[in-house]
Design a protein around this ligand. Structure first.
Ligand code: NAD
Length: 276
């Protein structure tokens, strides 16, 4: 069986016209789930990728899977809610690859619970990772992108950037907030060649969602199968989960888009759960 790296090399060789050849991309939360798949997809399209994650070992493992020589993939430890760690991680990325073309602000967590008893510490933790993280990584990325006069920033929103669900006050608040941030970045960044957009996925079976299924079953007093069928996928047109590959394709489309016509937008990828 081919190793992942051989698979990527084969794909790159078969795809000399990759859509991100030699673009430098930082993806936060890329040691797992959606971010990891975006890193693999972007690398197979010719990008040099920086895997930034709270979990240093997993970040370095993912980078080594993509390129064991370290020439085209770098794993950095970063808590996106920590100003100093973001500055250091961004510095390492720019030192390694000399520029930054795309930031995918993806790191995120979920904490569910009724608003009436939601702990303030948990509210602040969730908002810090999603919103402080998006702000701090954006600010660090913009400094470099403005020097280059080009760049693309992609925020990982959610259908919960558009819709609400019970038990998810902090998450829904944070994900709506990302749309506001993206619109401001689109307006301020335009003069410097920087675009900003949001991807809004439906439910994707990553560790983040696997954890929620039993939590919601307990909270609503229903079975896990009912959580999936009657809560998570109820509003989709076909009862299907969105996949990490679906989201990575949307990220590739936004990252590779050739002009500033596409900026300040949010793209919903959710099997029709949310329609605009
Ligand atoms: P995941 O749990 O599989 O991966 C999240 C990654 O983020 C992990 O590697 C984790 O170590 C990292 N991380 C957590 N806190 C961090 C921090 N403070 N600093 C840096 N890294 C941190 O989750 P996922 O499902 O791949 O989620 C990725 C993003 O997609 C999140 O923003 C999430 O809200 C969003 N999203 C997920 C779904 C879904 O159904 N899975 C749907 C819509 C949006």
């Amino acid at each position: 069986m081919r190793s992942l790296n051989e698979t990527l090399s084969v794909k790159q060789a078969a795809n000399p016209d990759g859509r991100l050849i030699d673009k430098v991309v930082m993806i936060t939360g890329a040691a797992s789930g959606i971010g990891r798949e975006i890193a693999l997809t972007f690398a197979s399209e010719g990008a040099m990728v920086v895997i930034a994650d709270l979990d240093r070992q997993a970040a370095q493992r993912t980078a080594a899977e993509i390129d064991p020589t370290g020439k085209r993939a770098l794993g950095v430890a970063m808590d996106v809610g920590d100003e100093e760690q973001v500055e250091i991680g961004m510095g390492q990325a720019i030192q390694a690859f000399g520029r930054l073309d795309v930031l995918v602000s993806n790191a995120g967590i979920q904490i569910v619970g009724p608003l009436v008893e939601f702990e303030f510490a948990k509210w602040k933790k969730l908002l810090s990772i999603h919103l402080d993280g998006a702000f701090l990584t954006t600010r660090a990325a913009l400094r470099q992108m403005y020097k280059q006069n080009s760049g693309s920033i992609i925020y990982m929103g959610s259908v919960h950037s558009k819709e609400a669900s019970p038990l998810k006050a902090a998450y829904v608040t944070a994900k709506h907030g990302l749309i506001g941030l993206a619109k401001v970045v689109a307006k301020e960044g335009a003069a410097h060649g920087v675009r900003a957009n949001v991807i809004c996925p439906g439910f994707v079976r990553t560790p983040l969602v696997e954890k929620q299924i039993p939590e919601q079953a307990r909270a609503f007093g229903i079975s896990e199968a009912e959580v999936v069928k009657n809560i998570m996928l109820k509003e989709t047109v076909d009862g299907e989960f969105t996949t990490v590959q679906d989201v990575a394709e949307a990220a590739l489309f936004l990252a590779a888009f050739p002009s500033s016509a596409l900026t300040g937008q949010s793209l919903v990828v959710s099997h029709g759960w949310s329609m605009q």
